[in-house]
Structures are given as C-alpha cells and as structure tokens.
Design a protein around this ligand. Structure first.
Ligand code: RP5
Length: 163
C-alpha cells in the first residue's frame, strides 16, 4: 500500500485506554493498513468528538474503532455522527470486568449500530481484523493482506502443546 492516509481511525475515551487499544493499532500495522489514534472523550471533549466524527468520511477514513470504559458513550456518540462503520471495544473499568461498557455499547437504539467486540485485548485485535474485512471488500491490497494474516494464523496453531 503506497498511500499512507489513514483508513482506520482509532478513538479512545482516555489515554488510559491506550494499553489495550494499542493492540488494534499494532494489528492494523501488521495488516499494512494505515491508521491513526486519538484520545477523545465523549463526555470530556464532546466538541472534538463531533468534529472528528463528522469529518472522518471526507478525510478518507473507512472504519472507526472506538474503545471506552465505564459509561462507554464514545462509540455510540461517534456512530450518531457518521455513517461510517463504528466498532466498539469495551474497556475493563474495574467495576464489572467491563460488562458495564460491553452492554452500553451493544445496547444501542435501533438505527444507530455499534459493532461491539469483546472486552479488552481480544476485542481490540478483533476490531482491527474486522475493520480489515470491511475494507477488504473494496481494496485488493487489504484483501491480500488479510488472506495472508489468516493463513499465517492457521499455520501457526501448534497441533501439540509446546513449551
Ligand atoms: C472512560 O472512562 C475512558 O474510556 C476510560 O476507560 C475510563 C476512565 O478514564 P480515565 O479516568 O482513566 O481518564 O471515559
């Protein structure tokens, strides 16, 4: 991929989410998909969330990945402002193991979906892989990269446990 303009925008409600959300960025990097990351809170920075989400499509972003914990409003707030696919990654906010954030993201009102992934690292990785699947529908380079990622993953499963 020669164009380095970001295709995926990673948002997180706080810098404290980066330890988990960096797994989305690293997975996208592995897949060769240009991405950018910003900490923007739906509650602490509502104007900046509005600006980011309303401008994302015209900037060339294809998918938004949004991680948040506690009230976890960020993915829903972004989804309300853009027709782009929004994938939500719930953070473990230490109250209910992230179940609170998971339900907040999944329980969107009809018509404004947030594609909600698992809590924590697996959710961040899978949000990146799912973003790749979406982009691969219209991008042959990403499709080839995703095919290789999946083939390598399959080949990397040990048939027997190893030390
Ligand atoms: C949420 O509140 C963030 O997404 C984060 O998961 C949680 C705690 O944020 P900090 O108080 O650490 O900034 O909005």
């Amino acid at each position: 991929m020669t164009d380095t303009s970001p295709l995926v925008g990673i948002l997180m409600g706080s810098k404290s989410d980066w330890d988990v959300m960096k797994n989305a960025s690293e997975t996208l990097d592995m897949l060769g998909i240009p991405n950018e990351a910003n900490a923007l809170s739906a509650h602490r920075n509502p104007d900046q969330v509005n600006e980011y989400a309303t401008q994302a499509r015209e900037r060339g972003i294809k998918v938004i990945i949004a991680g948040a914990g506690m009230a976890a409003a960020l993915p829903g707030a972004a989804a309300a402002l853009t027709p782009l696919p929004v994938l939500g990654v719930p953070m473990d906010g230490k109250v209910m193991g992230g179940l609170d954030a998971l339900l907040a993201m999944a329980q969107m009102p009809g018509g404004i979906p947030v594609g909600t992934l698992a809590v924590g690292k697996a959710g961040a990785v899978n949000a990146a892989v799912l973003a790749a699947s979406i982009i691969a529908l219209s991008n042959e380079d990403v499709a080839a990269s995703l095919d290789k990622f999946r083939a390598d993953q399959t080949a990397g499963v040990a048939e027997e446990p190893e030390d």
